[in-house]
Design a protein around this ligand. Structure first.
Ligand code: PMP
Length: 329
């Protein structure tokens, strides 16, 4: 099939010079903003929709419903167009205006809801499930709730694609992998895929503040402290995808440290990334320092910085959050 869907995956692996020099390791980032929907979530979107089509849970003319911080929605918009499916997105109001505008331009119907914890029945994920159930009664072509958090087609995407690509791009010479968790699909899939190749590869969680997963790994307790302006990562529950992840270690990083790494990468390599990539690079540096010089460590560059122009590249926003402002902004 000659479609844009063929452009999902096979993203470049980029050497992160500063992080590598700092640690004496070879630190690489998987440049996921090269996907057609410009984020790592295109992979999950493709596998989730293809799985639903294969299992005949939906057909041409049907509707996909999903709760998303934005990137999964954009990935689903790319995939739904190819398969003639409509898309309904439930998104917390707090997500960046750039992501919401992109979703609207890509033909998704957007339902903006208050950002409330998962325990609240009005949480965006729970609302998306309810909307899908109600609509399904009325649509003969099928209405499918993508359920990225607990649908393990998400993990499968990263076992079959991301992990395979990292293995071949490093010629099997990889010692460590780390990334943050939203649904957990990336960390679970890459950890399973890589450890299938070599069980000695160390896998670490990179967690932002405000997430409970770091304390879950370190102390077996789902506890959180602080908060983060990063989007798409950090959670307070164990999803079915995260539950599959094979994790050896965990690191936690504050926004200031992550943003300084994002700004530094723009200055040194002209690579412009979103905040979650900063959390990932910080985790890669911490893993490298722990493992010692000479190791090869890979992380994920989840999406492009332009998706957050009004936030992490906006002086007023940064000032209001007491975050560092680069002198070139
Ligand atoms: N970074 C960003 C910007 C994201 O949107 C997401 C997905 N929510 C992630 C990282 C985390 O990916 P995953 O859902 O595979 O854990």
């Amino acid at each position: 099939m000659d479609t844009v869907l063929n452009q999902i995956g096979n993203t470049p692996l980029v050497k992160l010079k500063q992080a590598s020099e700092l640690t004496g390791c070879h630190i690489y980032g998987k440049a996921e903003y090269f996907n057609p929907g410009e984020s790592v979530k295109d992979r999950a979107a493709l596998f989730i929709v293809q799985d639903a089509l294969k299992r005949k849970l939906i057909s041409k003319g049907g509707t996909i419903v999903e709760g998303t911080a934005g990137n999964t929605g954009i990935g689903l918009a790319v995939v739904c167009k190819e398969y003639d499916l409509s898309l309904k997105i439930v998104i917390p109001k707090t997500q960046s205006i750039e992501k919401k505008d992109t979703l609207r331009k890509m033909g998704a119907e957007l339902i903006e809801v208050d950002a409330v914890p998962y325990s609240d029945p009005k949480n965006y994920i729970k609302q998306s499930k309810k909307i899908a159930e109600d609509l399904n009664k009325k649509n003969s072509k099928g209405v499918y709730w993508a359920n990225q958090f607990d649908n393990v087609a998400n993990t499968e995407a990263h076992i079959q694609t991301t992990a395979e690509e990292i293995w071949s791009q490093t010629a099997g010479r990889i010692d460590g992998f780390t990334c943050a968790v939203g649904t957990g699909g990336t960390l679970a899939g890459v950890s399973i895929g890589l450890k299938n190749k070599n069980k000695d590869i160390k896998v670490a969680l990179s967690d932002p503040m405000g997430s409970s997963l770091y304390s879950h790994i370190k102390n077996n307790k789902l506890e959180s402290s602080g908060n983060s302006i990063t989007e798409g990562i950090g959670t307070g529950r164990i999803t079915k995808n995260f539950d599959k992840a094979l994790i050896d270690d965990a690191f936690q990083t504050g926004d200031e440290e992550a943003l300084n790494l994002v700004y530094d990468l723009i200055e040194k390599q002209r690579i412009i990334l979103g905040g979650s990539s900063g959390i990932n690079i910080a985790g890669a540096i911490k893993l490298a320092k722990k493992m010692g010089p000479g190791k090869t460590i890979v992380t994920i560059l989840c999406d492009h910085g332009k998706r957050y122009a009004s936030k992490i590249f906006n002086k007023d926003f940064l000032k209001s959050k007491n975050l560092p402002i680069p002198n070139w902004l």
